[in-house]
Design a protein around this ligand. Structure first.
Ligand code: G6P
Length: 614
């Protein structure tokens, strides 16, 4: 989703801004642009549809001398991806330039009013309305740009992270945020602005996170001043980030996605570090233990999430209900927030989000908090909005995930949910201690077992060649592996653009079975667990209709191996930990099919990594 970068300092701004845009490419975008104030005070905007590299080409012959600038990657919401709709946008007189991430919901009414006052619009965006409004207020009231911005933001409904520059003022960038992320980087006599820390980290690890409805006036040689839209002065703590530059690079892998798939043994160990201690037979999740009573008294848990995180939530439901005996509901955040849900004060909400910025999940959290529920966040991005707006939580600690299709964040979300379930079960005394320890020891072995599965990468690549040209796929699983089937199908469609459906295997005969013929690949998770015999019957039903079965099986399996067309083996584990293993071959299969089809694996079309609009 839209990416924002800004710089003011002693260095040339252009290379810093371009590099910053490249660092934000992973978020997903369709056009890019830059605004620079040159030493004579001219405010120049250059923008183009396409990639950041297209913008660089476009800027080749342009005046790019400046030590102040703002830049943007746009993920289209209002108006198609084209040059005119790309950011930055000028105001009517071309005195102001603005970049924006978010949506101005009442833009149509404001636009109409401004057009009646003689303002002209060059784009179809909601963003252009905001910059025109700021200039209109500035001219009407004879106020400075900051005051005009405050007054304008008081009139807009919606979400925004914005940065504004003014012609003839090469010493100031003004930024503001509401419900869209924005980070300020504090260097030595230089300041950085970005949607997240990735463009900033190579210059400084000192950052300030703005809160909703806050404005920062970032001036050359001065510490940023922070005020609210209502003009109340604020002080914000400077935070030291632990992010390292190497975490933002591919480390010899052709794609971030493959790197992230291969990182999983390591990221799961990081996720468990300091929490699972097999030598002392202990599990510590401070986010739970600090609020032990709330968890002991909880009558119900509601899990809220979107996309892949929602799939993790479904597995969390199975885990928590089985291990803790607490009823769990799993909801899409976007549905929950608008369907007038019944929320009790003794409900616990678990909000799962890799980015910690998903707009629907944030809004659903606010709703639940208003009703008095306790909200626990499971997030990856440290310092993002969800961890800052929840009562407690656990980070997944997998480092930056840059492939748009989530892989290592998903398995770490499962790991956190598992640790939560074990920790709650122990405190509630609903599971014998000996069983908890058995599970704990098995969880500790999962990273090694994933390493074993990753060794099959070459054979999965070979298998992918057979199915690269399929037009449809069905994924089936039961029990814990039903959400894995959903996730496998999502991964394939996200990055290969092949249509894929995930289904509970038994439901197949209520519809999808009509699709099965000798051209339909069906991926079935058929590991040796409680559901094994049932899944075998489902495979028979597919084979009876000439479907082509790719089965994920246990190493010891003989039956499925004799019926399926192709098999991929995974080591044995507890039923409830199977998703941590069965997911891995499905990630690899999707990856290789997408590579065979020459797709842009890390930045699939139309998708965004961090969905900051509802
Ligand atoms: C986007 C991403 C998905 C992700 C979903 C939820 O659609 O492309 O990979 O699962 O958002 O994001 P979150 O950051 O809340 O987990």
């Amino acid at each position: 989703m839209c990416g924002i970068v800004g710089y003011i300092g002693n260095q040339e701004a252009y290379p810093i801004l371009i590099k910053g845009l490249h660092r934000l490419e992973y978020r997903g975008y369709d056009s890019a642009g830059i605004a620079l104030i040159n030493p004579s005070g001219d405010l120049n905007i250059y923008k183009t549809k396409g990639r950041v590299s297209d913008l660089e080409e476009f800027c080749d012959s342009k005046d790019i001398s400046a030590t102040i600038g703002i830049a943007h990657t746009r993920w289209a919401t209002h108006g198609e991806p084209n040059n005119a709709n790309a950011h930055p946008h000028y105001s009517e007189t071309e005195n102001l330039a603005l970049i924006h991430n978010g949506i101005i919901e009442n833009y149509a009414v404001l636009k109409e009013q401004l057009m009646q006052k003689g303002y002209h619009f060059l784009s179809n965006t909601d963003t252009e309305v905001l910059i025109q409004l700021i200039e209109y207020i500035q001219t009407l009231n004879h106020v400075d740009v900051c005051t005009a911005l405050q007054l304008a933001l008081g009139q807009v409904i919606g979400a925004y992270a914005i940065a504004v520059m003014e012609k003839g003022n090469p010493d100031q960038i003004i930024v503001a945020r509401k419900s869209s992320p924005l980070v300020l980087g504090i260097g030595e006599n230089e300041f950085f602005i970005a949607s997240d820390a990735s463009p900033i980290i190579e210059y400084t690890n000192k950052v300030i996170y703005l809160e909703d409805e806050e404005i920062a006036i970032v001036k050359r040689h001065e510490q940023p001043r922070i005020v609210t839209i209502g003009n109340v002065e604020k002080t914000r703590e400077i935070i030291q980030l632990e992010l390292s530059l190497s975490q933002l690079e591919k480390g010899g892998f052709p794609h971030f996605m493959l790197k992230e798939i291969f990182e999983q043994p390591h990221t799961l160990r990081d996720c468990m570090r300091g929490r699972v201690d097999v030598t002392c037979n202990n599990i510590v999740l401070s986010g739970i233990l600090d609020h032990r009573e709330r968890f002991l008294q909880a009558k119900r848990i509601i899990i809220l999430a979107c996309g892949t995180s929602w799939h993790a939530g479904l597995i969390g439901e199975y885990l928590i209900e089985e291990i803790c005996r607490i009823p769990v509901e799993v909801e899409y955040s976007s549905e929950f927030r608008y369907r007038h849900p019944v929320i009790y004060p003794d409900d616990i909400i678990i909000a799962i989000s890799q980015s910690g910025e998903t707009a629907d999940t944030l809004a659903a959290i606010e709703l639940a908090k208003k009703e008095g529920a306790f909200v626990y966040g499971i997030c990856n991005v440290v310092g993002s909005s969800i961890p800052r707006n929840t009562h407690s939580g656990s980070y997944t600690h997998v480092g930056p995930e840059l492939g748009v299709a989530s892989t290592k964040a998903f398995t770490a979300q499962l790991c956190v949910l598992t640790m939560m379930a074990l920790c709650i079960a122990r405190e509630k005394k609903v599971l014998p201690q000996s069983r908890i320890l058995e599970l704990l020891h098995e969880l500790n072995l999962i990273p090694d077992k994933i390493e074993q599965i990753l060794n099959a990468n070459d054979s999965i690549q070979k298998l992918s060649n057979i199915f690269t040209y399929a037009h449809n796929f069905i994924y089936l699983g039961r029990g814990y592996n039903y959400p894995v089937a959903l996730e496998g199908a999502l991964k394939l469609k996200e990055i290969s653009y092949i249509h894929a459906e995930g289904y509970p295997a038994a439901e197949m005969k209520h519809g999808p079975i009509a699709l099965i013929d000798n051209e339909m690949p069906v991926v079935v998770i058929a590991t040796d667990n409680d559901m094994y015999e049932k899944v075998i019957s489902n495979i028979q039903e597919i084979k009876a209709r000439n479907g082509r079965v790719i089965a994920i099986v246990s190493e010891t399996d003989t039956v499925v191996k004799s019926i399926a067309d192709y098999v991929i083996e995974v080591p044995a584990t507890e039923d409830c930990f199977e998703p941590l293993l069965t997911t891995i071959p499905l990630q690899l299969l999707s990856y290789h099919i997408a590579v065979n089809k020459r797709r842009d694996v890390d930045m699939p079309r139309n998708l965004a990594k961090s969905v900051t609009v509802e």
